[in-house]
Design a protein around this ligand. Structure first.
Ligand code: GDP
Ligand code: MG
Length: 598
């Protein structure tokens, strides 16, 4: 049957080991349509989509491969993100598959995220096919890496494909392994419908498009469907496949991967992780959804000057539909006005959301320093969670504070052990143990406070190890800690958006570094601007932005008219991203500069 010739798989790898390059190569070496489909001139459809300017997601692609056994196979490649922040996203992609290609760099070998991804794939009971990539590199050592994969992960490497994704070497071995080793999807096309939503996006023409894996039953246009989490019902308007643009088909059956649209206008009605069933013949229970993820890092997101609060709200709502890990709620800041406190999986997740708000939604936003969640035990016995330093109760009301600790593993060549230990020590880490992976590489297990990790830790690690170290971490729990709130005063006024919670021993150093950075980024005004860092009423650092000198001013106000105009124009452009705090103009850059350590 057709179902026997479907293979659903993901590619997992440590970053830079060649996942994207291999995906491109697989697409190149296969067709995107079956022989029958090609006759039906589906290409017109794709053009139409292009004209309408629908965003085509490249993440999921259906490939058609004519295998050595003479049969045509349908391979659904479901992409996964490859970063420590996104374990949750990886597992949701993996839930739609039966197998995973594990790409390992022939020169680098196993790294922290290689292992983390393997664990996620094992959690989903996937067939894992190891592949050694970059065999063209002079530094490639495929035989050693083979042994490493066998010893460390325990996968059989007797017929492992040795490939170069870049040079297109031995790609067919990979395709044959997929066909031979990954099981065909199970599931009964005649059973009541169960389809897992593993991704979705919104556009104003079709409403929500849900990316689905049909696990049981069949879904087709005209069918009344029900979302099992919300009980909301819709009529299917279209189902289709990805080539990677959307191509409508008559139906999707058990085992298939594709999309469904059903005039779903509210992004909340097609949640990633939910199960779609048939309204008239519902399944009795939904598929196991995803483990609920809790954000680890929070920051304030505020509309920049002149930007509408509601536009930011709409954009966040739309991003949230396919990113359940993003949370937000309204908050107000004395300095920045109305905005949102947003929760993220980690710093990269935060940066990506910021960038998407600016690029995809064309919004100007200002973000505040990231914070983790602190637990505060108050003297009256109450325990509260704080994600915004501004909400910290007065010290006199606090009995003690706790901060989140992560268990981290850092892999690196052994010559970097010294610098890594130095860094972890400086970041208040506790060494748990250290083990050798092979003769040249070690794994260090450190417990680290999360607030040190989100503070530029990854960049610092990379620079101390020339890029050779890799990092993975997960939340361990909370520990008591001597924390204080560090306030920043600009022109004698506390700017709440700059406040951070830090360990007491770090407060002086951080205060000084922030004051220095702000001094560099805040432009000169007509008056001198003191910048201070303070714990309570105690000033721990101080800098001054000097006043503009008179002769500089003379240039602005004397001279010919055209030059004056030019200067004014320039000033106007520069102002776009400024924020008025009291009578001081602070550029958006300043809010970002406080995050970087260097
Ligand atoms: P990803 O982060 O896992 O998606 O990795 P990419 O596919 O983006 O590849 C990372 C880098 O490795 C890029 O510069 C690629 O050109 C390079 N690369 C990928 N495959 C090969 C290969 O087979 N040989 C060599 N020499 N370089 C490769
Ligand atoms: Mg990539």
């Amino acid at each position: 049957s057709r179902q026997n010739r479907v293979r659903n798989f993901s590619i997992i790898a440590h970053i830079d080991h060649g996942k994207s390059t291999l995906a491109d190569r697989l697409i190149e070496e296969t067709g995107l349509l079956t022989e029958r489909e090609m006759k039906e001139q589906i290409l017109d459809n794709m053009d139409l989509e292009r004209e309408r300017g629908i965003t085509i997601k490249l993440q999921t692609t259906r490939l058609v491969y004519k295998a050595k056994d003479g049969n045509e196979y349908i391979l659904n490649l479901i992409d996964t993100p490859g970063h420590v922040d996104f374990n949750y996203e990886v597992s949701r992609s993996l839930a739609a598959c039966e197998g995973a290609l594990l790409v390992v760099d022939a020169a680098q070998g196993i790294e922290a995220q290689t292992l983390a991804n393997v664990y996620l794939a094992l959690d989903q009971d996937l067939e894992i096919i190891p592949v050694i990539n970059k065999i063209d590199l002079p530094s490639a050592r495929p035989e050693e890496i083979k042994k490493e994969i066998e010893d460390v992960i325990g996968l059989d490497c007797s017929d492992i494909p040795l490939i170069s994704a870049k040079e297109g070497i031995n790609i067919e071995d990979v395709l044959e392994s997929i066909v031979q080793k990954i099981p065909a999807p199970k599931g009964d096309s005649g059973a009541p419908l169960k389809a897992l939503i593993f991704d979705s996006f919104y556009d104003s023409y079709k409403g929500v498009t849900a990316y689905i894996r049909v696990v049981e039953g069949t879904i087709k246009p005209g069918m009344k469907i029900k979302m099992m989490a919300t009980d909301k019902e819709f009529e299917v308007s279209e189902v289709g496949i990805f080539t990677p643009s959307q191509v409508p088909v008559d139906e999707l059956r058990a085992g298939d991967v594709g999309y469904v649209t059903a005039s779903i206008k509210n992004v909340r009605d097609a949640r990633v992780g939910d199960t779609i069933t048939e309204a008239d013949r519902p399944a009795n229970k939904p598929l196991p959804g995803y483990k609920k993820v809790t954000p680890m890092v929070y920051c304030g997101v505020y509309p920049a000057e002149g930007e509408d609060f509601n536009n930011v709200k709409d954009a966040l709502e739309k991003l949230q539909v396919n990113d359940a890990a993003l949370t937000f709620e309204p908050e107000t800041s004395a300095a920045l006005g109305f905005g949102f406190r947003c929760g993220f999986l980690g710093l990269l997740h935060m940066e990506i959301i910021q960038e998407r708000l600016e690029r995809e939604f064309d919004l100007n936003i200002i973000t505040t320093a990231p914070s983790v969640i602190y637990k505060i035990k108050k003297k009256d016995g109450e325990i509260i969670n704080i994600q915004n330093p501004t909400n910290l109760p007065p010290l006199t009301e606090i009995e003690y504070m706790e901060e989140p600790i992560v268990e981290s593993s850092i892999m690196a060549p052994k010559e970097y052990v010294g610098p890594i230990m130095e860094l972890c020590q400086a970041r208040r880490g506790t060494l748990k143990n250290m083990e050798y992976l092979d003769q040249t590489r070690v794994v260090l297990h450190y417990d680290l406070p999360l607030n040190e990790v989100i503070y530029d830790f990854f960049d610092a690690l990379k620079s101390k190890t020339k890029g050779f170290a890799s990092l993975d971490y997960e939340l361990k729990g909370y520990e008591r800690s001597d924390l204080v709130k560090l306030d920043i005063l600009i022109n004698k006024e506390v700017v709440d958006a700059f406040s951070i919670i830090v360990h007491r021993e770090k407060a002086y150093e951080r205060g000084r570094s922030i004051a220095e950075k702000l001094k560099e980024t805040i432009p000169r005004h007509l008056f001198a601007i003191p910048i201070q860092a303070a714990i309570g009423s105690k000033i721990v650092a101080r800098e001054t932005v000097k006043a503009l000198r008179k002769d500089v001013l003379a240039k602005c106000y004397g001279g010919d008219v055209s030059r004056k105009k030019k200067l004014l124009q320039k000033q106007k452009e520069g102002k776009k991203r400024m924020r008025q705090l009291g009578n001081v103009e602070v550029p958006q850059e300043a809010f970002l500069s406080v995050l970087k350590f260097d």
